[in-house]
Design a protein around this ligand. Structure first.
Ligand SMILES: Cc1cc2nc3c(=O)[nH]c(=O)nc-3n(C[C@H](O)[C@H](O)[C@H](O)COP(=O)(O)OP(=O)(O)OC[C@H]3O[C@@H](n4cnc5c(N)ncnc54)[C@H](O)[C@@H]3O)c2cc1C
Length: 389
């Protein structure tokens, strides 16, 4: 046994995936309270580049944890518009919002506070530097001290150290994403203020230009001030040799709405997306959230991270019950779960939708094919949260 501060379960990263794992563990294995430590390199409320769009699945998982996200600052988008060059399909629901938008500094701090109130220990300002699984424990080197644990959960995001240490040769599917925050602006499209309509817009016009993704424009708020969050997402599935520039198409879309990108602060961050062929565990170490893989079509990852938390908690509970820390069945558990099934279908759609990149196909898909696209999205892409047990 290696020396160091010892814990049963150490979770690396206190974003939605790590916090959800801890909260689900408390719910389904309360005897493990006091045995869980989260190591988080930042201090809450910490910045996280993200548009903050929460789907209904995220809200369902939070509700089952006894948490009501409406108690924190948010903006509700009444409709989500999925367009190709300004025209396409609209998703809305009679009595509720299509998308709830939060700011990640506020959301993650809120979730961390809930975890702390339930007895989870979170050590902030500790950066993990290395993870070494051994036969009887895992050693976790940090910038402060060395810890040992029976089980480590890698919840440290797309660029996380856990995956790089335990699965260094794993193939990587990484999307490029740029984001910018602007004041609400008059929109030629809506003939008024987009902020007033509170719609969330996704436009797939860049696909024929080799960008396998879309631009987005969401309502948001910062310190109570209505703002818009713009961005561009590229899965990179069309970037064979040269990666097309992302800034220009985003600038073009924003200029159509009277905004000048050069006046805004542009930030980027990758998103690692899911493949059913990925490995998600080695003995004593499992991955959750972006470290395991987010959705490929949209780069949606908050609800996904929350969902991984339940699967990880069930696997950890069973590992202690059986005294078997191999996590041999973690891959199967993910793939067979409603989340894993939705992610596998989404990965298939990602390849089909973006490889068929011609403008005529994209028009056909988003404009003409829309009843079928809406039904397929309802059945196979969304609504997995309700089926998670
Ligand atoms: C520009 C952009 C826009 C997005 N918009 C949306 C959206 O609208 N809706 C949506 O659902 N998803 C969106 N996503 C994806 C979403 O942000 C992620 O999928 C989600 O944050 C994944 O959660 P996570 O807990 O796995 O990882 P993270 O949220 O990245 O959390 C990882 C945590 O680990 C900590 N950490 C990292 N390394 C270490 C270390 N070495 N030691 C200790 N701690 C460490 C980090 O500080 C962080 O707190 C967006 C992503 C980007 C980049």
């Amino acid at each position: 046994m290696l020396q160091g501060v010892q814990h049963e379960i150490i979770i690396i990263g206190g974003g939605p995936a790590g916090l959800s794992t801890a909260l689900h563990l408390l719910q389904i294995a309360p005897h493990l309270t006091g045995q869980i430590l989260i190591l988080e390199k930042a201090h809450y409320p910490r910045h996280k580049l993200c548009a903050g769009g929460l789907t209904g699945d995220a809200e369902i998982i939070l509700q089952r944890l006894g948490l009501d996200v409406s108690e924190m600052p948010h903006v509700d988008a009444s409709a989500a518009h999925l367009d190709f060059a300004g025209k396409g399909l609209t998703i809305s629901f009679p009595k509720t919002h299509a998308l709830r938008i939060i700011r990640r500094n506020e959301f993650d701090a809120w979730l961390a506070q809930k975890a702390k109130e339930q007895g989870i220990e979170i050590q902030e300002g500790i950066t993990v530097k290395n993870i070494q699984p051994q036969d009887d424990c895992v050693s976790i080197e940090t910038d402060k001290e060395t810890f040992t644990a029976q089980i480590v959960v890698g919840a440290d995001g797309s660029n996380g150290i856990t995956r790089r240490c335990v699965l260094p040769n794993e193939s990587i599917h990484t999307a490029r994403v740029l984001e910018v925050i602007t004041p609400t602006q008059p929109s030629p499209k809506s003939n008024g203020f987009r902020g007033g309509r509170e719609g969330a817009y996704f436009d797939f016009f860049p696909v024929p230009f080799g960008i396998a993704g879309y631009t987005w424009d969401f309502p948001t708020q910062i310190n109570g001030e209505p703002m818009r969050c713009w961005g561009i997402y590229d899965t990179n599935v069309l970037a064979y040799k040269e990666r097309p520039a992302l800034k220009e198409p985003l600038a073009e879309e924003m200029s159509r709405h009277g905004l000048d990108l050069s006046q805004c602060e542009l930030k980027g961050h990758p998103i690692r997306w899911f493949s059913p062929f990925n490995q998600f565990a080695v003995p004593r170490v499992i991955l959750v959230g972006d470290a395991a893989g987010a959705d490929g079509i949209f780069g949606e990852g908050i609800s996904i991270a929350l969902g991984y938390g339940l699967i990880a908690a069930q696997s950890i509970r069973d590992a202690f019950a059986r005294n078997d820390f191999s996590f041999r069945d973690y891959h199967r558990r993910i793939l067979l779960s409603p989340l894993g099934q939705a992610l596998t279908i989404r990965t298939g759609i990602t390849h089909i939708l973006y490889h068929l990149h011609w403008a005529w196909f994209q028009k056909f898909f988003w404009r003409i094919f829309k009843p079928i696209v809406t039904l397929a999205a309802w059945l196979f892409v969304l609504n997995w949260g309700k089926r998670m047990k």
